[in-house]
Design a protein. Structure first.
Lengths: 242, 412
């Protein structure tokens, strides 16, 4: 579903931040993108979203590139950002309605999904409120609701658990598993490694803009030569080695 | 830390910036010319109004109502920012000096504004109320009323954290009624009945005492920090928006006006199946300034057309309105004011332009139609009105479909 091959890029052509990164996410798979702050996770995600242009390498979503078929590329993916970004002038319901229009969701499907999501994340009473009155957790829920509303083929998630209460975290994890079961490919960047270890099928550990380790947990243990290490221990080992 | 110095520093920085922007405005293109023309037009319209004004028209009541609003609606400027809720909160007990200087500053600016307003009123005063000598007494009385309103407003602000908004509004409403009534008395009787002058003092003193009694029962802290920070943001947005008519300024976060009735009204009024159309229309109505600017321009133009029904004046006014309002619209499409989602939606980039064009066309042509209709009720010939209307619509079409879209494409 997502194929990143030999990606080099960054904000300036003279100073690339990520170097020769390759990763894949298959349908019905959750891949954890992990690494210390500044490892290049957000830059990689921005390249996949099409907000930055690669200096080198290719990115394919659902077997097409952004240049070849921008509409298909963009309609195949949804994104949950780390920091909630919302339209000041729109209510929660209007955020959902705008997302549905942008992704051309039929009205009946939109209403059915929106009602379900509002219920699942206990946001029903805030439907017609403006997000600037929300807590950070509630603002993050807007991002989650909009992303799940369109049921994309590829879901890119950047630190989704920050600010969420335990009930919302559980609802989000349930949704991840449900979407995974229905064929969605999920690329999740997180620092909560215990959660990643439990829910991700494979991992890509970035360090200083390069892939340091990748694969399933046993494969990564083998690559690092630490046969009994947890994900957290692998993470710390890679960070220390530098 | 001397908190009064902090206020002075903030105020000086803000004024330095304002003067710099003003200089940019004055040195830029045809702005002084436009302002000059507008000033001359309004002066002529004012003198025509004085000639037209019937003798039996209750002008004192009208002026009392008009003047009591700016007198009562006091927004004390403190330059308190959102970050102060973190950094200045530990200094709360030492903020007395900061707010004291702020009150002096507000008194000075509000009195300057009042004096300007009364000077504009002077020709009308001399025509209908009294002599220059009487006017000086009126000026002093109104200055007294203004200072009283500022003090009362400050006390009301301080009560905000402890009382309901309904209670605070009731206090304001009582003050507004007293101000309106005293303004009327000042205009009519200031040079006649000493008993009413005495009443003037007694009423204001009594009200202040009443307010002080409520205030003295309330805790001294906290100050209404959130109220001050929000107010400062609104004031800045207003000034930036005003300056935005003449020069390009960096983005300032504008507070949202919820206007919930729009949610109900918009789908009925405007075609907005397309996502950008949906977004832009809501931004137009809920962005704190744009919709208000539209109404203000419309009102001002109607006044000019009604009092100066000359072919060229009407035509020039409509053109000026199209330019003044149209130049505000491109900010709606600025991608920096929206989250990055607008960049990743699966939407053809052309749709952004067409949605913007359609919105501009509806708003600007509606402005032209309303003003042409107003002109049709004046003494202009039908052929002149038709000529103005058709030309205004053609210009609106050109402006919405060619000039403004090109302007947003050129944006860096």
């Amino acid at each position: 579903m997502l194929s990143v091959q030999n990606l080099t890029g960054g904000y300036s052509r003279h100073q690339p931040v990520i170097h020769h990164i390759s990763l894949n996410v298959q349908p019905s798979e959750i891949v954890g993108l992990i690494g210390v702050n500044g490892a290049g996770k957000s830059t990689t995600i921005k390249h996949i979203l099409g907000l930055l242009t690669p200096h080198e390498g290719t990115i394919e979503v659902d077997r097409t590139t952004l240049q070849a078929d921008p509409l298909h590329y963009r309609s195949s993916l949804a994104y949950i950002p780390e920091v909630p970004q919302f339209y000041e002038e729109l209510t929660l319901w209007e955020h959902l309605e705008l997302t549905a229009r942008a992704y051309q969701l039929p009205k009946d499907i939109f209403k059915e999904r929106a009602e379900f999501l509002l219920q699942a994340f206990r946001m029903k009473k805030a439907t017609h409120w403006f997000p600037h009155t929300f807590s950070k957790g509630m603002q993050q829920k807007i991002m989650i609701l909009c992303a799940f509303l369109i049921e994309p083929k590829l879901l890119i998630v950047d630190e989704p658990f920050i600010g969420l209460d335990p009930l919302a975290i559980q609802a989000l994890l349930d949704l991840f598993l449900q979407r995974k079961k229905e064929g969605t490919a999920i690329l999740m960047s997180t620092h909560i490694l215990t959660m990643a270890e439990k829910y991700c099928d494979r991992f890509v550990l970035l360090h200083e803009g390069q892939v340091a380790l990748s694969g399933t947990l046993p494969e990564m243990r083998e690559q690092a030569g630490l046969p009994r290490a947890t994900l957290e221990e692998l993470f710390i080992q890679i960070a220390k080695d530098s | 830390m001397k908190t009064d110095q902090l206020f002075i520093k903030r105020m000086t920085t803000s004024w330095t910036q304002a003067i710099r922007i003003l200089m940019m405005v004055l040195s830029g293109g045809g702005t002084p010319l436009v302002v000059g023309v507008l000033f001359i037009l309004l002066s002529i319209a004012y003198s025509r109004f004085l000639v037209w004004l019937p003798k039996d028209f209750p002008i004192a009541v009208l002026v009392a109502i008009i003047i009591s609003l700016p007198l009562s609606i006091v927004r004390i400027r403190t330059w308190i920012q959102k970050a102060d809720l973190t950094f200045l909160l530990p200094l709360e007990t030492k903020m007395r000096d900061y707010f004291k200087v702020s009150l002096y500053y507000n008194c000075a600016t509000y009195l300057a504004r009042l004096t300007l307003f009364l000077l504009i009123l002077l020709p009308l005063y001399r025509l209908r109320f009294g002599t220059i000598k009487d006017f000086m007494a009126v000026l002093i009385a109104f200055c007294f009323l203004q200072v009283w309103n500022i003090i009362a407003s400050w006390l009301e602000d301080r009560l905000q954290p402890f009382y309901s908004s309904r209670f605070i509004f009731t206090l304001f409403f009582i003050r507004l009624l007293i101000t309106g009534w005293l303004s009327y008395i000042t205009l009519i009787y200031v040079h006649a009945k000493i008993s009413l002058v005495l009443l003037f003092f007694i009423l204001t003193v009594l009200h202040t005492f009443f307010l002080w009694r409520i205030f003295s029962k309330a805790p001294r802290f906290p100050y209404p920090w959130i109220l001050f920070a929000k107010r400062e943001q609104k004031i800045q947005a207003k000034y930036v928006s005003l300056a935005g008519w003449f020069v390009d300024l960096p983005q300032v976060r504008f507070p949202v006006k919820e206007r919930k009735w729009i949610t109900w009204l918009l789908p009925k009024l405007i075609p907005q199946g397309k996502p950008f159309s949906y977004l832009y229309w809501r931004t137009f109505f809920r962005h704190s300034e744009l919709f208000s600017i539209y109404l203000r321009i419309l009102l001002l133009a109607i006044l000019i057309i009604v009092f100066l029904p000359n072919f060229w004046v009407v035509f020039g006014t409509i053109l000026l309105c199209i330019w003044l309002f149209g130049s505000q619209l491109p900010q709606i499409t600025n991608p920096h004011r929206y989250p990055m989602f607008v960049q990743i939606y699966p939407i053809d980039p052309k749709e952004r332009r067409t949605s913007f064009q359609k919105m501009c066309w509806i708003l600007i042509s509606l402005l032209s139609i309303i003003l042409t209709l107003v002109a049709s009720f004046t003494n202009l010939l039908l052929s002149q009105v038709l000529g103005i209307g058709i030309t205004a619509l053609l210009i609106s079409f050109f402006f919405s479909n060619f000039y403004l879209p090109r302007k947003i494409e050129k944006r860096p």
